[in-house]
Design a protein around this ligand. Structure first.
Ligand code: ZN
Length: 785
C-alpha cells in the first residue's frame, strides 16, 4: 500500500488534480432522452422452461423455522454388489413416474444442442440404447399411469435438475439427479417440485446419485422448501424443512470410472405436506436463477437514484447464448476519479452455489444505496462486478460446470476464448482494469457444501507467518457476525492453482484476492436465511470502507489517523498458530468431468469423408471376424490413427524411437498418404461403453474415438506428437517446440498450433509419419489452451 505514496505525490498527479478540478466545475451535459438501462429478460436454455413463481418479491424475514426433527440414520446394510444406476433403472422401470424432457421434440434441435444432450445422459446409453440418442426419445417405456391426485414431479424450469423419479411404494420415491451437462456426474445441487400430495401426507425422498462423500445434511442441514399454498396463506417464503434426514453411501457404484467402483452418495429426507392441491419446491439451497439476477438488475437500473452510480455492460455471450454482464459502480462525479481504487467481485462460477448470488445482491444493493458509507466507497473506489459468471450452468441446473462440461474456476490459467468465454473475457477485463488503476481487493463468491459458517480462502506463501494477505480477512470477520476467521485458510494449493483466486493473485500481485465461501447450512446449527447472505455482502462493503479510509491517508496526509492495517497485523501476530488445514475442501476436481481430449472432441466440427466412414465400418467388421493377437498393444497414436486417419503409415512400430538425435531440418514434409488396406492390421479395441452401435453416426465415431483416447491415456502416458504440412522447430533447453502451420483443411487453414516435446529424440521418426497428421488438430494450443 505504501508504495503508492510516491506515485501520488509526483508532479503529474498534481496536474491531474488540476484537470479534474476544472472538469468538475463544468456543467453536466443535457440529458435529452431518459436513460433506459433495463434490458428485456432473455434466458436461453437447452430445453423449454416453465416459469417459476416470483420467489423473491420482498426480503422480509422468514417465519420461525420448523422444529428441527433431524435424526441421522446410519445405513448398516450396504450391499457390496457392483450395481450401477443402469441396473437400478432396469429393475425399476415399471415404477418410473417422472422423466425430464419427456415432452420435448429434441429432433428439432440443432446439432450442437444435441451434443449437449447426448452426454447429459451418457450413462444411460449402453443398457438402454433407445432411451436417448441424438434426438431420439429419451425413454422407450411409458410412465406408469397415474391419476391427478397422485404425486407428480417436475423440474422443467430454470435451475431445475431432477432427471427421473421412481415410485418405490405409496409414500417413498427414488430420484435421480441430472448430470451436469456434458459431464459424467457432478451431481450435488437439486431443485424440483412436487404436486398432488394431500395435507398431512408424509413422503420419503431418496436422491440416489450425489457426488460428494460428505454433506452438511448429516449435521442438521435441511432441504430448502417453498410451498405455493403456504406462501399464499401465511406468506411463508423459502424456508428449511424436512426431517429424518441422512446422507450416506449409496449401494450404487458410479459408472465412471467403473473400474474404481466408487459409490454414489444418497440423500434421504422426509417431508410432511401441509396443504391439499399444493405445489412444493425442494432445493439444496434457496435458488437464485439467471432470471432473478436480470430482474434484480432491472429494478436497480429503473431506480433513478441508484442508476446514477451503476452501469452495465455485456462482457460476452456464453456458449448457450446467454449474456454475461459486467457492472460498474462508482460515483459519477469526476472528483478524484484518478485516485479511486479498483475493487472486483465475482459470483456464480459454480452454478449450484446460489449463496454467492445473494451475497452479490447484498453488495450491489448496498453500494448503490444512499447510505453515507456507500457514498464514501463510490467516491473512493471503482467497483467492477461480474454477478453471474456461468449463466448457462445456472439456467440448465448444473452444480459445478458450464455447458462445455468443465469447472470454470479451474480455467483461469489459460481460459479458452470459445469454451470459457466468461472466464476469458473477465480475466482480460480485470487485467486491463489493473493497468488503469490499483486493484486492492478481489472477491470470488461461492457456497460451501461441507463446512458451516462463512469464511475465505486466501493466498499466502506461508501458512505460519501472518502476512498482509490475512488483514482484510480478519477485518471482514470482525465486522461480520456470520463470518468465522478460524475457518479461513491462506495457502497456494496445487489442486487450486487454476482458480480465479490464485491466478489473479499471481498475475496481478494483489494481496487481497479471496474466495468467499458461504455455507449451504449456516452456523452453530442454525440455518442461514436469505437476509443473512445479503448481510454478508453488506459486511464486506463495511470492511472495505474501513480500509479505504485507512489508505486514503496517502493523499490526505492525515498522519494521525490510526493505521487499521497495522493494528490488525499486530493482532494477527498475537493469535495462536494454526496450521491452516482445510479438511472440508469443497473444490477438488471431479473425475466426472470430461478430459480435455473429450472436450475438444465435443466442440470439434464433425466431418468425415465417405472413405473414412467406409474404413471405420470395414474395421469394425474385420475386428469381429478375426481377433487381434494379444501382444499387439495399441497406443494412443494407433487408436487415433485407426479411427481417424484415412491412411496408415508404413511404420508398423508406433513406439517413438528413444534416440537422442535431433532432426536437423527445421522444416519437415509429410509423406504421401499410404494405401488404405494397411490399416486393417491395427487392432481395434473392444467397443466402448455407453455407445449404441445400432445408431452409428458421425457423432458415434467421434465418441468412439474419444472414449478410446481416454482409455489409452490411462494405460500409457507419452507425449503425443504431430502434425501437418509445415513444421517449424524451436528448441530451448530440453524442450523442443514445434509450431505447425495447418494448411490442410479449410476450417483450419493458417491456424498455428504448437506442441512441446520434452524428449528431443522423439520427433525424428514421428514427424515423418503421416499418421500423426490428424492428431495435431486435437493437441493444438488453439483448442486446449
Ligand atoms: Zn464454488
Amino acid at each position: 500500500m505504501n508504495s503508492n505514496n510516491n506515485n501520488n505525490n509526483d508532479s503529474s498527479s498534481e496536474d491531474d488534480i488540476n484537470v479534474y478540478e476544472t472538469l468538475t466545475k463544468l456543467l453536466p451535459a443535457n440529458e435529452l432522452l431518459p436513460r433506459k438501462l433495463t434490458i428485456d429478460i432473455d434466458v436461453k436454455s437447452l430445453y423449454p422452461l416453465k416459469p417459476l413463481p416470483q420467489f423473491y418479491k420482498t426480503y422480509v424475514p422468514f417465519l420461525e423455522e420448523s422444529t428441527h426433527r433431524h435424526c441421522a440414520i446410519t445405513e448398516t446394510a450396504i450391499s457390496d454388489e457392483n450395481r450401477t444406476l443402469l441396473d437400478y433403472y432396469d429393475e425399476n422401470k415399471q415404477n418410473l413416474v417422472y422423466k425430464r424432457f419427456d415432452q420435448l421434440d429434441l429432433g428439432k434441435r440443432t446439432t450442437n444442442d444435441r451434443t449437449y444432450f447426448a452426454t447429459l445422459i451418457a450413462n444411460f446409453k449402453k443398457a438402454h440404447p433407445k432411451v436417448f440418442f441424438r434426438g431420439e426419445a429419451l425413454f422407450d417405456q411409458k410412465l406408469t399411469s397415474y391419476t391427478f391426485d397422485q404425486i407428480q414431479f417436475d423440474s422443467n424450469f430454470e435451475s431445475g435438475n431432477l432427471f427421473c423419479a421412481f415410485k418405490k411404494s405409496e409414500n417413498v420415491f427414488d430420484l435421480i439427479i441430472q448430470n451436469d451437462i456434458n459431464t459424467r456426474g457432478n451431481t450435488q445441487w437439486f431443485f424440483f417440485s412436487v404436486t398432488g400430495a394431500k395435507a398431512g401426507q408424509t413422503i420419503q425422498f431418496n436422491l440416489l446419485n450425489h457426488l460428494k462423500n460428505g454433506s452438511l445434511f448429516n449435521e442438521g442441514l435441511q432441504p430448502a422448501v417453498y410451498s405455493i399454498k403456504d406462501n399464499q396463506i401465511n406468506g411463508t417464503e423459502w424456508c428449511r424443512d424436512g426431517f429424518n434426514i441422512s446422507y450416506f453411501k449409496s449401494p450404487f457404484i458410479k459408472e465412471y470410472p467403473l473400474t474404481l467402483k466408487k459409490k454414489y452418495y444418497q440423500l434421504r429426507f422426509h417431508y410432511t405436506f401441509k396443504h391439499n392441491d399444493d405445489k412444493v419446491y425442494f432445493a439444496h439451497s434457496y435458488p437464485y436463477t439467471y432470471t432473478n439476477l436480470l430482474e434484480f438488475l432491472n429494478t436497480q437500473l429503473d431506480d433513478q437514484e441508484r442508476n446514477q452510480h451503476l452501469s452495465r455492460k455485456v462482457l460476452c455471450t456464453t456458449l448457450g447464448g446467454n449474456t454475461c454482464e459486467v457492472l460498474t459502480i462508482t460515483s459519477n462525479s469526476l472528483q478524484r476519479r484518478a485516485y479511486r481504487k479498483g475493487v472486483v467481485f465475482l459470483a456464480r462460477q459454480h452454478p449450484g452455489e446460489p449463496q454467492g448470488s445473494f451475497v452479490m445482491q447484498g453488495i450491489i444493493d448496498f453500494l448503490t444505496s444512499n447510505n453515507p458509507q456507500a457514498e464514501y466507497l463510490r467516491q473512493n473506489c471503482i467497483f467492477k462486478l461480474f454477478p453471474m459468471m456461468n449463466p448457462d450452468g445456472v439456467v440448465n441446473g448444473n452444480y459445478r460446470c458450464g455447458l462445455e462440461g468443465s469447472d470454470l474456476n479451474r480455467r483461469w490459467k489459460k481460459p479458452n476464448k470459445y469454451l470459457h468465454p466468461s472466464v476469458y473475457y473477465a480475466k482480460k477485463y480485470v487485467k486491463g482494469f489493473s493497468k488503469e488503476r490499483q486493484i486492492i481487493l478481489v472477491i470470488d463468491l461461492h457456497g460451501h457444501s461441507r463446512k458451516q459458517s462463512s469464511f475465505v480462502y486466501g493466498c499466502a506463501y506461508s501458512s505460519q507467518v501472518k502476512t498482509i494477505e490475512r488483514v482484510f480477512a480478519l477485518l471482514m470477520a470482525k465486522l461480520n457476525p456470520f463470518m468465522d476467521y478460524p475457518s479461513c485458510t491462506f495457502r497456494i494449493e496445487n489442486a487450486k492453482d487454476k482458480t480465479a483466486r490464485i491466478q489473479l493473485w499471481r498475475e496481478l500481485k494483489i494481496n487481497w484476492v479471496y474466495t468467499y465461501e458461504c455455507s449451504f447450512y449456516g452456523q452453530q446449527q442454525k440455518h442461514y436465511q436469505i437476509k443473512d447472505y445479503l448481510n454478508c455482502g453488506v459486511s464486506i462493503c463495511n470492511a472495505l470502507s474501513q480500509i479505504v479510509k485507512d489508505t486514503s491517508k496517502e493523499f490526505t496526509n492525515q498522519a494521525n489517523v490510526p493505521d487499521i492495517q497495522q493494528q490488525i497485523l499486530e493482532e494477527l501476530g498475537k493469535m495462536p498458530q494454526t496450521d491452516d488445514q482445510d479438511n472440508g475442501s469443497d473444490s477438488s476436481q471431479s473425475e466426472a468431468e470430461l478430459s480435455d481430449d473429450e472436450l475438444v472432441q465435443l466442440f470439434q466440427p464433425k466431418t468425415y469423408s465417405t472413405k473414412q466412414k467406409n474404413f471405420l465400418k470395414q474395421q469394425e467388421f474385420n475386428n469381429k471376424k478375426k481377433p487381434q493377437p494379444v501382444n499387439t498393444k495399441p497406443t494412443i497414436n494407433t487408436q487415433k490413427t485407426s479411427i481417424l486417419q484415412e491412411s496408415p503409415s508404413k511404420n508398423s512400430d508406433q513406439k517413438p524411437p528413444m534416440s537422442s538425435q535431433k532432426p536437423k531440418n527445421t522444416q519437415y514434409r509429410i509423406q504421401a498418404p499410404q494405401r488404405l488396406k494397411q490399416i486393417e492390421q491395427t487392432k481395434i479395441p473392444d467397443p466402448p461403453l455407453m455407445v449404441d452401435k445400432s445408431v452409428q453416426t458421425d457423432d458415434w465415431m467421434y465418441r468412439q474415438w474419444l472414449i478410446q483416447i481416454g482409455k489409452m491415456k490411462k494405460q500409457q502416458e507419452y507425449q503425443s506428437c504431430t502434425p501437418t504440412r509445415n513444421i517449424y522447430k524451436s528448441s530451448s533447453q530440453s524442450v523442443t517446440r514445434f509450431i505447425v502451420k495447418n494448411n490442410s483443411t479449410k476450417n483450419d487453414r493458417g491456424r498455428i498450433d504448437s506442441i512441446s516435446l520434452v524428449t528431443p529424440g522423439l520427433q525424428n521418426k514421428l514427424i515423418s509419419s503421416s499418421q500423426q497428421r490428424q492428431m495435431m488438430r486435437y493437441s493444438g494450443s488453439n483448442f486446449m489452451s
